[in-house]
Design a protein around this ligand. Sequence first.
Ligand code: SAM
Length: 216
Amino acid sequence: MPLKLSKRLTSLLQHCGPDYDAFWDCCCDHGLLGMGLLEQYPQKNVHFVDQVGSITAKLADTLAQLHAQHYQVHTLNAALIDLPPAQHPLIILAGIGGETAIELINGIESRHPSGQRHYLISPNYQLYDLRTFLRQRGFSLLRESLVTENGRHNEILLLSNSGGHKNISPCGEFWQKGSAQQRDYCQRLIRHYAQKQQPDIAAQYTAVAQQYGLLT
Ligand SMILES: C[S@@+](CC[C@H](N)C(=O)[O-])C[C@H]1O[C@@H](n2cnc3c(N)ncnc32)[C@H](O)[C@@H]1O
């Protein structure tokens, strides 16, 4: 029976094109995204990484029942993954905080100082800090989108660790579309940063939101 994925995971899966040699579902927990990848690309390598042993043990049992061939399960801090040289991997970091995403990207990049890599990231919080970090680190943007599910908004960014694509803006380009979801999302962000007593960031979001007519 085909896997049934949530709207958020389906959207992440749609960003995983066929051109990668391997997919790394880091911080995989239930492993549903990686399982979706195994279903979509049975001949590709899918790596499942989580630092919690009980999670990876349970996942290994579930995966054994799928009779998939090309996968590996790693019980590991995702900052420490070993990427084989001369491959074009997609590294996926979803469902974690922005600060954790920064730590993991820093770790992975410093362990692999050469090579071009793409990252698919969808963190829960601290998107502003994360976008700033990515810009400073010289990353560029291939695609971005906003997915809303059960009243929660999730940014999804497909990135290259080098230049050559779009610049990463402090807020997503999807802000320009001005739908009810975007309006709600930007109002939540402004409230969040105001409550956290980070008025500079709240003011930047407010300025962009006003520019796009998202605030009434
Ligand atoms: C909320 S789940 C996200 C699951 C899935 N990626 C998703 O988006 O639905 C977060 C998972 O990240 C794992 N995790 C957090 N920090 C990690 C790290 N540094 N290395 C590996 N796994 C980590 C946790 O053990 C947990 O299973």
